[in-house]
Write a protein that binds this ligand. Structure first.
Ligand code: FMN
Length: 234
């Protein structure tokens, strides 16, 4: 079935995908609840093995977002307290190898150099990383969870859902930043949001109108060309 896909549809979908970037400074302009619901409704068209739909989303705005941000930030700013928090699942490898470590370093330094943060400037690095916990001032903070009975396959499904959220946001002129930074503080999130014991925090996400004047939002990350990651067996 070809549900009336025209060249305009192709261009619009590609534009939404290509224009998605992780943005790290937002305007206070609110996002109507109806728009958030619409984004989540369309994102939930993501496929999932046997239609299990493993995603759960906590939508934070106003005082609820502020309360979570403050609680996490307090822990982040206190070295002894920060050391008491760790991720519930491993997002990154424990052993870093090339080319992954090179790409990771490049995006980090590209961001810091745009912001004029030097390699030894630990205080400003701490401050910049801490902006995660304010959802980069976005008016909407999303916390995504998954039931701990679900297996690796459901995490694949989850990634598709997350990408749909980001692309659907783009299609409405909104921007996002997915955030693993929240996972370290899952115990605080559990307490603040009253999560069920079977919910694992997958990640957070900022959602809103990007600040076009913010220098960090000019960061454009690189990609390998197709020839670098695809091998055609003919
Ligand atoms: C699941 C996930 C978690 C991420 N966590 C963070 C984060 O905590 N903070 C942050 O600033 N960026 C985070 N990022 C953004 C990545 O750094 C970004 O996707 C990558 O550098 C590519 O850039 P782009 O999204 O602009 O294309 C995350 C991305 C993903 C997919």
């Amino acid at each position: 079935m070809n549900d009336a896909i025209t060249p305009q549809t192709t261009a619009a979908v590609d534009a939404a995908i290509r224009s998605r970037r992780s943005l790290r400074a937002f305007l206070p302009t609110p996002v109507p609840r109806k728009v958030i619901e619409e984004i989540l409704e369309v994102a939930a068209r993501a496929p999932s093995g046997t239609n299990t739909q493993p995603w759960k989303v906590h939508v934070l705005t106003g005082a609820a977002k502020q309360a979570l941000s403050s609680a996490v930030r307090a822990a982040y700013d206190d070295p002894a307290e920060r050391a008491r928090h760790s991720e519930e699942y491993a997002y990154y490898p424990t052993e870093w190898r090339s080319p992954y470590i090179d790409r990771r370093r490049k995006v980090g330094w590209d961001l810091y150099s745009l912001l004029g943060i030097g390699k030894a400037d630990k205080a400003r690095m701490h401050e910049q990383h801490g902006r995660n916990y304010a959802f980069f001032d976005a008016p909407v903070g999303l916390i995504f969870t998954i039931d701990r009975v679900m297996q690796q396959g459901s995490w694949l499904d989850y990634g598709m859902f997350l990408q749909n959220v980001m692309v659907a946001a783009r299609a409405r002129g909104l921007d996002t930043c997915p955030q693993a930074a929240f996972t370290q503080y899952h115990r605080i999130i559990e307490r603040q949001l009253g999560l069920a014991a079977d919910e694992i925090v997958v990640c957070g996400m900022s959602l809103g109108h990007a600040d076009p004047a913010a220098v960090e939002n000019s960061l454009v990350t690189e990609r390998e060309p197709v020839s670098g990651f695809a091998r055609f067996h003919e």
